[in-house]
Design a protein around this ligand. Sequence first.
Ligand code: CAA
Length: 263
Amino acid sequence: HLDEHEFNTLQLDQHGPLAVLTINRPKALNALSAETFGEIAEAIDLIMDNAEIGALIVTGAGDKAFVAGADITELSALDGVYAGREASLAGQDVMHQLSSLPIPVIAAINGYALGGGLELALACDIRVAATNARLGLPEVTLGLLPGYGGTQRLSRLIGIGRALDLMLTARQVNAGEALQMGLVNYVADDALNKAREVAESMLRHGPIAMSLVKEAVRRGMDTSLEGGLEIEADLFGMAMSTQDFKEGTAAFQAKRRPEFKGE
Ligand code: CAA
């Protein structure tokens, strides 16, 4: 059971098939320290090893911040090309592990999601913003650029024009503007509650099919349309060879709810 594991800077809870990872460093507005990155990676491993888990929500403790970025105190102690590059690669690696999970991952953005915090949300599949959320990439105000995938994931998600605007002005957008630009999928007073609702709806679907959707979309982003269509056809073939496909179509024909086993 995921709840059995102790962490210093985060909390990992399990509610049946739903895992909730809460970044918990309220004194630093849940900023991502090296320790937190290590613990996120550990949590991802635990989730990967637990076949019961079908969806993950990532959120921040308290109602002020999701994550207010990389830990600036730690960053300020680094110096030079090598240290900066290594810090970026290490953060990118954890974000990549998160985005590569085969289950749906939903960010519940309960307040500030700035810098590395927005990058964490961008590594999730779906974003739910609380009405009080503030999102932005203010790295240039520190003489830095986003280093945990933000320059790449944000432009892929909302287009380079809007991404460059956010990164060069360093401005914060509220939930309404974030929704309008496609930066978040939903806005709700209680982001965690809404994220749970979205997760519940996904948990009813074929888990293998959902993992193949993620794979097709993510691998397709890195290739030509032709290459992407080939990936889609290959994965479509894989889906058709599953028991879930037989169950899904049989349930449709019998006018009952499908019971997917992930086989
Ligand atoms: N790292 C370390 N500590 C942080 C932090 C961060 N990213 N963000 C906030 N904190 C700390 C503050 O230093 C403060 O600590 P003390 O109480 O010990 O002084 C505490 O959290 C509360 O923060 P504030 O007093 O600043 O709260 P506020 O309500 O006045 O402002 C805020 C909130 C606008 C989010 C402000 O805290 C802020 O601007 N934070 C930094 C945001 C930022 O620049 N993030 C990008 C980081 S760089 C990055 O992420 C690099 C990368 O991509 C690789």
